[in-house]
Design a protein around this ligand. Structure first.
Ligand SMILES: O=P(O)(O)OC[C@H]1O[C@](O)(COP(=O)(O)O)[C@@H](O)[C@@H]1O
Ligand SMILES: [Mg+2]
Ligand SMILES: [Mg+2]
Length: 335
């Protein structure tokens, strides 16, 4: 049941009651994510002060320089969720391999695995531009009691039981779905409580915003070049407006509210695109579809792609349904 300004805690409890067989584990997991996000939010708000600025000095498996806030957020989410024994495994952008979580009695009786991008939009941390956290949850496929395996993480996105993101922007919001629509909660920092500020979020069917890093234009596939030219043409309701923050979460959030499309295509330097299927594209695609939007790699529905490795990348076209359809049309035509 949805009531405006309901707190996130109330929403979780009231919505769990709707699922007769629910054991409360997913609710406890969302609660733990809510808590970890508050801790990380506190540090994000200090970005710019010496101790939290700049590189951490390590390179992650993506070959990217880890920022101090990448490492901090990763540790806080893993710690908060491990301490509460709610999942049997965690995979993160910042960890080479998945982590097995055992209960106090060394058992493996938790049924969910969590995949996450602890800090999204890392290039924006030190320049005071909004960043985020992205998460995705699956039921394990291996039998209870056994340690998790890669198979528990390499599930197609259409098997997700929950997905969401936190955007640390002008305000801090937690937006998530459990497959029954998308709801957004804004944090009141004075009292540390999230309130339901955006019930039942929906992507407008179309819009006039396109988000793509045009600096890579020369390297883009012909279909993407043609679609960008289409967006810029002086015809009908075009030209559209170009908006690109460089934080997937923030660009997605704006486009979900105003109507728009975000594209991170493959290019000569990024032959598979840049974004990671498991903890960036799958969760955002699940949210997009639950909000009436669409997500593909230009041809195939993101949620139907069978993952092969933890950190694999895919091209990403996501946003208002009619705009993604149009972009796909150009991709197919240029094939
Ligand atoms: O600077 P580029 O190549 O446009 O890439 C920006 C994209 O990369 C990302 O920063 C990748 O995410 P991380 O910051 O989590 O690595 C996205 O948030 C963003 O949309
Ligand atoms: Mg990211
Ligand atoms: Mg990241």
């Amino acid at each position: 049941m949805v009531r405006k300004n309901q707190t996130l805690g109330e929403f979780i409890i009231e919505n769990q009651a709707e699922f007769k067989y629910s054991s409360g584990e997913l609710s406890r997991l969302i609660n733990a994510i809510r808590l970890a996000a508050k801790v990380v939010n506190h540090e994000v708000n200090k970005a710019g002060l010496v101790d939290i600025t700049g590189a951490a000095g390590e390179t992650n498996i993506q070959g990217e320089q880890q920022q101090k806030l990448d490492v901090y957020a990763n540790e806080k989410f893993i710690q908060t969720i491990t301490n509460r024994e709610i999942v049997c495994g965690i995979a993160s952008e910042e960890n080479d391999d998945f982590i097995t979580i055992q209960g106090q009695n060394k058992d493996n009786n938790n049924k969910y695995v969590l995949l996450m991008d602890p800090l999204d939009g890392s290039s924006n941390i030190d320049v005071n531009v909004s960043v985020g956290t992205i998460f995705s949850v699956y039921r394990r496929v291996t039998p209870m009691g056994q340690p998790v395996t890669k198979e528990d993480f390499l599930q197609p996105g259409n098997q997700q039981v929950a997905a969401g993101y936190i955007v640390y922007g002008t305000s801090t919001m937690l937006v998530y779905t459990t497959g029954h629509g998308v709801n957004g909660f804004t944090l009141n920092p004075a009292i540390g409580t999230y309130y339901l500020s955006h019930p039942n979020m929906r992507f407008p069917k179309t819009g006039n915003i396109y988000s793509v890093n045009e600096g890579n234009y020369a390297q883009f596939p012909q279909g993407v070049k043609d679609y960008i030219k289409y967006c810029q043409a002086e015809e009908g309701d075009r030209p559209y407006t170009a908006r690109y923050i460089g934080s997937l979460v923030s660009d997605f959030h704006r486009n979900m509210i105003k109507g728009g499309i975000y594209i991170y295509p493959k290019s000569k330097k990024a032959t598979k695109g840049k974004l990671r299927l498991l903890y960036e594209c799958n969760p955002m695609a699940f949210i997009a579809e639950q909000a009436g939007g669409k997500a593909s790699d230009g041809f195939t529905r993101i949620l139907d792609i069978q993952p092969e490795s933890l950190h694999e990348r895919v091209p990403f076209f996501c946003g208002s349904e009619e705009m993604v359809n149009k972009a796909e049309e150009f991709m197919q035509k240029a094939e």
